[in-house]
Design a protein around this ligand. Sequence first.
Ligand code: CP
Ligand code: NVA
Length: 310
Amino acid sequence: MAIPALQHFLDIQSLTDEQFWGLLRLARELKDERIRLGQNAPILAGKSLAMVFQKPSLRTRVSFEMGMQHLGGHAFYISPQEVGLGTRESVPDVARVLSGYADGIMARVFDHEHILQLAEWGSVPVINGLSDFSHPCQALADLFTIWEELGQLAGLTLVYVGDGSNNVATSLVMAAAKVGLTMRVVAPPGYQPDPAVLAHSGTDVTVTDDLDGVVGADILYTDVWTSMGQESEREERLRIFPPYQVNGALVDRTRNPDVKVMHCLPAHRGEEITDDVADGPHSLLFPQAHNRLHAQKAILAHLLGGIPLK
Ligand code: CP
Ligand code: NVA
């Protein structure tokens, strides 16, 4: 039976397991095509993507721009000052204006509600390029990377260490549930996943502040302790999080000599992760960053190019 088409890519939890797998398979196909032929078919010729940013970005901006270019389309960047989302102009107005210029909108925002409003008021597909609540493009690329590197997803254990309440952790919790990946979150009290997120994920996630939670991990995952927009909490967070640093001792504590280490980047090296681990033999940091391109090409090919999920 055909997999129902997606209208938007706002969050992982609104995808069915089959839609999530469909995107992973399409990413695989597009990556293989590019490796085999040195290029992709121009399935987005004549199409354009508006990229609205309220926060800085390296990976998201460049991988979406290059993804559009590889598929024969075009992307244009709109800076925080230019768009003034919700300040210079209301979100519904921005959504309706951009829908007349572009075939899709990718937005990076503070307030997750703004992503939902863009989708509600616009008439083109909307992609969540990170909000304070979630980072679904990252989770799709991360699971694609694990699948590629370890050959499977179901049955593996991913342990997220650090700020378990942030956008990246939230999307990983949601994504793990789609593919039968066992997920544990090792985080200090006050920085653990919202119970509503855990309930929504529909799977059992172990949450603990005990670092022995890393024992048996196939993947150790971390992210910054202070996310964009939380800068005023930085000092307090720097007092709380140091025991949760992903360093050589924590890698050893997994008791898995083949454990993989992941981080969405940008990293605050010397805080949540040490150089020896980030640059060492366990690290998947750069393959995972590169896979943002391939995972997002699948989202674009499907939403803007009508390529079906299989
Ligand atoms: N991981 C990620 O989204 O990176 P950027 O903030 O550089 O886009
Ligand atoms: N949690 C981080 C992720 C950056 C890609 C942030 O929101 O700043």
